[in-house]
Design a protein around this ligand. Structure first.
Ligand SMILES: [Zn+2]
Length: 373
């Protein structure tokens, strides 16, 4: 059977949840412990990395752990193995277990933590709550002999140019005449050396996100028949690829805040939660952010949500929300555990497409530090 290098797995993961989506300064994402430049057959997916989780990885024969919460969050001032954190790192290194963390980039990614939470709450008409990432759009105009224009348009579309909202393969074409004189040393596709040639050409225009510039130009240059294709590239005052944190959407049925809180308990599998607001009030528009959503209350109010589902809400935040008529359901930070199944399933699909024989195992260790009594 084909062996899989850990780098291939990480590349696939980052094609879905790239590091550039991280929206916290200095978020310690990426490879935290060990190396992925080795054969990997089994990957353990977990929310947190605790000693028990590392032991689970050893017992299951996993060479790699993918976690949401980075195992090294603050700079280390020592690497003692008589501290709980040090013991954890020691155990990983002794057993050659690599740990890779995808934190706020996985919150933002489409199909990541926030989408998984919105899925669990069955939110419809879903939108991003706060935009945190976008790319500048660029435009390419290329002049091509008429009979090659269609081949070029197809090559550009296949390379990802011409995506506008819910449309792809967008381009604009105008017909005209190209003029050129080939000089000594040239090898012209049409025309004679030293004579001005007039050629029926088309000008093909497409837009693309700036990160795709090299790929789009390469596709164009590889397809264009001329020795020296004429083209323009410029930056537009428009953005694309909008991504962001949190989701807002509507419930399938409006319900009272009390009913909604019960629904959240079941859907996010928590024994208890905290609620701010009038329990008899009807709610239908719901905003959700995994983890700690304290700093997004203003964004949630601006977006017009009836209720905000998030963890770690502080006392004064709750007081402010209450006076401002925003209801809050706080099921805790641990509900981000939805990522365990979500990431494992997504990665199974991505690896199956590439025919990579890797197993993804969902951690069974309960890492919620709180007990509810
Ligand atoms: Zn978190």
């Amino acid at each position: 059977m084909k062996s899989v290098n850990g780098n291939e797995i990480i590349q696939l993961f980052e094609s879905w949840s790239p590091k550039k989506l991280a929206c916290m300064p200095n978020d310690p994402i990426g490879l935290a412990i060990g190396t992925v430049n080795k054969e990997v057959t089994k990957v353990l997916v977990t929310l947190d990395v605790t000693l028990e989780v590392v032991e689970e990885a050893i017992a299951q024969g996993c060479e790699l752990i993918i976690a949401h919460h980075p195992p090294i969050f603050r700079k280390l001032s020592n690497l003692r193995t008589d501290t709980p954190a040090g013991k954890l790192y020691e155990k990983c290194l002794k057993h050659d277990i690599a740990v890779y963390a995808a934190h706020t980039n996985l919150d933002v990614a489409q199909g990541g933590v926030n989408d998984l939470l919105a899925d669990a709450l069955q939110l419809e008409n879903r939108k991003i709550l706060e935009h945190t990432y976008s790319e500048q759009l660029m435009k390419l105009a290329v002049y091509v002999p008429t009979e090659y224009a269609e081949t070029l348009r197809i090559a550009l579309a296949n390379a990802g140019a011409g995506q506008i909202g819910d449309y792809d393969t967008c381009s604009f074409t105008t017909a005209g005449e190209g003029r050129f004189r080939a000089l000594d040393g040239a090898n012209p596709f049409v025309g004679q050396i030293g004579e001005v040639n007039v050629e029926p050409e088309q000008k093909v225009e497409v837009v693309f996100p700036s990160s795709q510039k090299n790929r789009i130009l390469k596709a164009m240059l590889n397809t264009h028949p001329y020795e020296e294709p004429a083209y323009d590239v410029w930056e537009l005052a428009l953005t694309a690829k909008e991504e962001g944190l949190g989701r807002i959407g509507t419930l399938q049925q409006p319900m009272t805040l009390q009913q909604f809180a019960e629904f959240v308990k079941v859907q996010l599998d928590v024994p208890c939660l905290r609620v701010v607001g009038d329990l008899q009030r009807t709610v239908s528009k719901v905003a959700v952010i995994g983890g700690d959503g304290n700093s997004y209350i203003a964004a949630v109010r601006r977006a017009g949500a009836d209720v905000f589902v998030t963890g770690d809400i502080g006392f004064h935040m709750a007081q402010d929300a209450e006076v401002n008529g925003l209801s809050i359901v706080d099921p805790g930070h641990h509900v981000e555990k939805v990522m365990i199944k979500g990431v494992a399933e997504k990665m199974k699909v991505l690896c199956a497409k590439k025919k990579l024989p890797v197993q993804f195992i969902e951690s069974q260790i309960h890492t919620e530090p709180f007990k509810f009594i």
